[in-house]
Ligand binder design. Structure first.
Ligand SMILES: [Fe+2]
Ligand SMILES: [Fe+2]
Length: 217
């Protein structure tokens, strides 16, 4: 059984978001325990139903975009927050991908896989105890909300900083945008890891072939 409370406590990003961004003790860039191997049995990609394979393909595409965005963001900071054409292009591409592909992917999960999986998890007793039955799917849905917050914050801070005339205010705002962007990158990576390693194998275990077929419609 996956321990939801543990998953919540072990979420380094959630802990950090709750703190002042300037005073992060445990860097979200280095969450040692968060990437611990899943307790759910691995399922090879080839064995996964088509619906899950598509979601995994979309994760792979997102990981590539994240790598590009991370490189550009690091370079941007290293060159004293000078926005050149190349960095501008990568930032624009990333936020376009974020709006057009990533949010659509999350919506697909929320509309199709997650409701059915929640039902299955509750039936299987894989939920928290207490008046409300929480499952691992709730954590994934919370993440989806955080992506929107962090994504729009990063985007808006970059936009704001470029319009600031005062050098110091501009640098402080870019710094804040940088931190928020890093946090978004790490949260997205961890989220993809958890879906690929825990949520999708759980879905494979609990959802029948016919039920998956009905999700594909
Ligand atoms: Fe997701
Ligand atoms: Fe996903």
């Amino acid at each position: 059984m996956i321990n939801i409370r543990e998953l919540r406590q072990k979420d380094p990003i959630k802990r950090n978001v709750e703190k002042d961004l300037e005073q992060v003790e445990n860097s979200p860039m280095d969450p040692p325990e968060a990437y611990a191997e899943s307790t759910v049995e691995k399922v090879p990609y080839e064995k996964m139903p088509k619906h899950i394979q598509e979601l995994m393909d979309e994760h792979n595409a997102a990981k590539l975009k994240l790598n590009d965005f991370e490189k550009a963001l690091t370079q941007f900071k290293e060159q004293g927050y000078k926005l050149d054409n190349e960095i501008n292009r990568i930032f624009t591409e990333f936020f376009e991908f974020f709006d057009n592909n990533l949010l659509e992917h999350n919506y697909k999960e929320e509309r199709k896989l997650f409701p059915l999986l929640t039902e299955k998890l509750i039936t299987a007793g894989e939920h928290s105890n207490g008046p409300e039955k929480h499952t691992a799917v709730d954590i994934m849905e919370d993440d989806h909300v955080k992506f929107i917050q962090l994504g729009s914050l990063t985007f808006n801070l970059i936009g704001l900083a470029t319009r600031l005339k005062d050098f110091e205010s501009r640098m402080v705002t870019f710094d804040f945008a940088y931190e928020t962007g890093r946090e978004l990158i790490e949260l997205l990576r961890l989220h993809i890891f958890r879906e690929d390693e825990t949520i999708f194998p759980l879905a494979y275990k609990l959802i029948s072939e016919e039920e998956f077929k009905s999700l594909e419609k």
